[in-house]
Design a protein around this ligand. Sequence first.
Ligand code: NAD
Length: 297
Amino acid sequence: MAQVGFIGLGIMGKPMARNLVNAGYSLVVHDHKQGPMQELATEGAEMAQSCRQASEGCEVIITMLPDSADSEDAILGHHGVLEGAPAGSTIIDMSSINPLVSQKIAAEAAKHNVEMLDAPVSGGEPGAIAGTLAIMVGGNEEIFQKHEELLHVMGRSVVRVGEVGAGNVVKVANQMIVAANIEIIGEALTLSQKAGIDPKVVFDAIRGGLAGSNALEAKAPMMMERNFRPGFRIRLHQKDLNNAMATARDLGVPVPVTSLLQQVMGSLVNDGKGDLDHSAIVNFIEAMAHTEIRTQS
Ligand code: NAD
């Protein structure tokens, strides 16, 4: 099987890389942190000390990094992917970044005869561990088909949504919908709490109706149990909404709710909560309502 470079072994990247090793791919891994690299090395991966080294001799180089600047730095920077990636190889950037930056990176890669797909994911840490992510891919159809099998090791749903950058447009759309869902769940449960109704009772009463959703199932229990361990960090969701706003500005589309939510998340980051799970958005409403939701059961 093809040699694969894998850069960025955080909450998402580490289990995704592990699934590739378990599927028989020969993996070369790199992260700023030694810990996750060493962990994967004990499971059969090879460690590299730079993005360049992780890319040398690889047919595919996957990046799973926090934001646009990180992808740019890892791929275009000094000792970066493009210094090591062989001509004819493909970079698959699975980070959630600004779609315009994906297009810029792809244009630079093309100068080195390196292909590029942007392939952000949805499904969180549980989906990364189970290999059931939803993967939204932008890029050339032929290149997509060439790597579809590899992407299916990490994701259950792998869909090409357009040319390079389209994957991240779909991802920002996804993040707008998720942010609005979680915030309104927080508002509704806080209101119920203040009215003296156990939020668990509310959850059980409404989950089977139209208000039921994956967001409700995943995040309401975390709010009620006061478990804000990430999961998906507020600062990363704020970043996604920044990317949504930049895209909206570029296209001249008004996004009033997204703008409000971006500010709510900014306030939580300023309040020292950026590394909590995004279910902690409820803390913003609770602070204003002078209450805290908590189940009696
Ligand atoms: P994370 O912060 O847990 O991990 C990022 C990793 O990248 C870290 O280990 C960091 O050391 C490493 N890193 C950063 N810059 C680097 C560089 N230049 N070279 C080498 N390593 C570098 O983030 P995460 O939660 O794994 O998220 C990664 C991406 O996936 C983000 O774009 C995020 O928005 C997206 N995403 C996350 C989730 C989730 O639930 N966590 C879900 C869907 C999508």
